[in-house]
Write a protein that binds this ligand. Structure first.
Ligand SMILES: Nc1ncnc2c1ncn2[C@@H]1O[C@H](COP(=O)(O)OP(=O)(O)O)[C@@H](O)[C@H]1O
Ligand SMILES: Nc1ccn([C@@H]2O[C@H](COP(=O)(O)OP(=O)(O)O)[C@@H](O)[C@H]2O)c(=O)n1
Length: 208
């Protein structure tokens, strides 16, 4: 059982993916963290995120880095969307994600290209979305909760720039898979969004 959850920044896909993993008893991988980890290493080494060869050298990192709270910042998110546009960087992280998806018993993965590239044969595909203003408000509150002070306008501008970059890149752009069910969380509480996601997942499972 493979469940693919894709969508733009702060749409709620991570929250939904975690809840689905718990509901169906499956392991979960937040694939955005892999790109964020590469970005954090690029920043720590003072490298230029636009230089593909330099970034590729940062793709072999220790699993422990994924738990670092430093990966949450807006700056790391923005840098992640620059490094993730490089085809060789995506190739370097591909097998790790495929192995996770294909493990015995199944898995839930969330990201931008799970239903299109990483697991095109996934049993369940959800595309989670919400308006940019609502996503910016959620992300702004989340950052403040973690003690990161940044203005709402700045978060909104970053989200728009990231949407733009993630959708326009030539390699594995952010787009809805043709067979994905869309879940707009704009006017849903977390509980309502999760309930809807479980119902959509069960409906797709019944078709297989
Ligand atoms: N339906 C919702 N209503 C209100 N807040 C939400 C909802 N879904 C998620 N959130 C909150 O928005 C923030 C971003 O959600 P997250 O699941 O991390 O998004 P993503 O993984 O798409 O970036 C988190 O603080 C989360 O608690
Ligand atoms: N499967 C994925 C996941 C993330 N990413 C990139 O990594 C960046 C950070 O992803 P994320 O999922 O942690 O970001 P949020 O949606 O949590 O803000 C995104 O803007 C994408 O550029 C990707 O290209 N492919």
């Amino acid at each position: 059982m493979i469940i693919a959850v894709d969508g733009p920044a702060a749409s709620g896909k991570g929250t939904i993916a975690r809840a689905l993993a718990k509901h169906f008893g499956l392991p979960h991988l937040d694939t955005g963290l892999l790109y964020r980890a590469v970005a954090a290493r690029v920043l720590a080494e003072g490298l230029d995120p636009a230089r593909e060869a330099d970034v590729v050298a940062m793709c072999d990192f220790d699993e422990g880095l994924l738990a670092s709270p430093d990966l949450r910042t807006d700056h790391v998110g923005k840098t992640a969307s620059i490094v993730s546009a490089h085809p060789l960087v995506r190739a370097a992280l591909l097998q790790r994600q495929r192995r996770f998806a294909q493990q015995e018993g199944g898995a839930v993965l969330d990201g931008r290209d799970i239903g299109t590239v990483i697991a095109p044969d996934a049993d369940v595909k959800l595309f989670v979305k919400a308006t940019p203003a609502i996503r910016a408000r959620r992300r702004h509150e989340e950052l403040r909760r973690h003690g990161i002070e940044v203005s709402y306008d700045r978060v909104l501008a970053d989200i728009r720039a990231r949407d733009d970059r993630d959708s326009r890149r030539s390699e594995a752009p952010l787009r809805q898979a043709a067979d994905a069910a869309v879940l707009d969380t704009s006017f849903l509480s977390i509980e309502a969004a999760v309930q809807r996601a479980v119902a959509l997942a069960e409906a797709q499972m019944a078709r297989h």
